[in-house]
Design a protein around this ligand. Structure first.
Ligand SMILES: Cc1cc2nc3c(=O)[nH]c(=O)nc-3n(C[C@H](O)[C@H](O)[C@H](O)COP(=O)(O)OP(=O)(O)OC[C@H]3O[C@@H](n4cnc5c(N)ncnc54)[C@H](O)[C@@H]3O)c2cc1C
Length: 289
């Protein structure tokens, strides 16, 4: 099974995709359609997020394992420290290994219920993602990625402290980082500069989400933790009553963002797909990837 850092070692920019674990049979069918439609495009890797609660977590393990066993794709499973003791985390990591998953995105996670609430670690668990990186690396031959925040993590005092913590996660053994969503490339590029200034040169992948509907646009604000830039609102909001026009303009906005990032030499674009493939395939085709 290939590892992500090797898959990123290419001359040209490539792309990767992110899914969430399906909650029922219908969602499972939708997800697998997207997987099969993206497979021929040979993404560098496909990742599956890790939710709160046992059944969602089981579905992450199952879905990632199925991708490992039934497709030609390189899977990456996310893992969080939320509500897990170290013994439970070891167990999940063991399941990943047993199902052929060698890539793990180690994220701390947010308090269940209220993402902005106070973080309380499990009494026998971990406090921060750097500890999770170390644990995963200790347990086997895993390639580990971490989360990065172009606008700074909401709990960080400032962007420099935030970059120090990101670099700490890399020094703990992460081989690459995937960035939270953003729409203004300068924020991503400045984060990359802050990493470079700290002597940290692991691949940093921009997180991008094709904006296909007004609902996805509002989800952007929620996920990125920053408002949608005014210039982009000015392009999209006049089209809210024209679904086809909105979709086209949203795909154009994201294509332009990606083109700039490719010019800046990013190794790969990481697409948040919301388990659909069409818009991602359109952007990838527009860019000639
Ligand atoms: C690409 C990506 C994928 C994600 N996937 C998932 C997912 O699958 N499931 C899910 O639930 N959530 C996911 N998240 C969300 C993530 O769990 C939250 O954003 C969480 O609040 C932060 O996780 P982290 O790994 O960055 O935590 P940490 O790196 O632990 O950072 C949390 C805060 O503590 C600070 N910090 C970090 N290390 C230290 C330290 N050693 N000492 C003091 N302060 C420190 C940081 O600067 C930050 O402010 C994802 C986020 C991204 C960007």
């Amino acid at each position: 099974m290939a590892v992500v850092v090797d898959r990123l070692r290419t001359e040209r920019t490539t792309f990767s995709v992110e899914f969430f674990p399906p909650r029922n049979d219908d969602e499972e069918r939708v997800l697998w359609r997207a997987v099969r439609e993206l497979e021929p495009l040979d993404p560098a890797f496909v990742s599956v997020t890790y939710g709160a609660g046992g059944s969602s977590r089981d579905r992450t393990i199952r879905t990632t394992g199925r991708i490992a066993q039934e497709t030609t794709l390189t899977p990456m499973a996310h893992l969080t420290a939320v509500d897990h003791s170290v013994a439970e985390l070891r167990n999940v990591i063991g399941w990943y290994a047993a199902s052929g998953v060698r890539n793990v995105l180690a994220v701390r996670g947010d308090p269940p219920g209220d993402p902005n609430g106070e973080w309380v670690r499990h009494p026998e668990g971990l406090e921060h993602a750097d500890e999770l990186v170390r644990l995963i690396r200790e347990l086997g031959d895993f390639c580990v990625g971490v989360a990065a925040f172009p606008h700074g993590h909401p709990r960080s005092a400032d962007l420099d402290v935030d970059a120090d913590h990101l670099v700490r996660k890399v020094r703990a053994g992460a081989g690459f980082a995937v960035a939270q969503l953003f729409l203004e490339p300068e924020y991503f590029l400045r984060l990359r500069d802050r990493m470079a200034a700290r002597g940290c040169d692991v691949p940093l992948l921009p997180g991008v989400m094709p904006i296909t509907t007004p609902r996805v646009l509002s989800k952007f604000g929620e996920l990125a933790g920053v408002p949608v830039p005014g210039a982009i609102e000015d392009r999209l909001l006049p089209l809210v009553d024209d679904p086809a026009g909105f979709r086209q303009a949203g795909v154009d906005v994201v294509t332009e963002l990606c083109a700039r990032l490719i010019d800046e030499g990013v190794p790969a674009l990481h697409f948040y797909t919301l388990n659909r493939s069409k818009a991602t395939r359109q952007v990838v085709a527009n860019l000639g990837l």
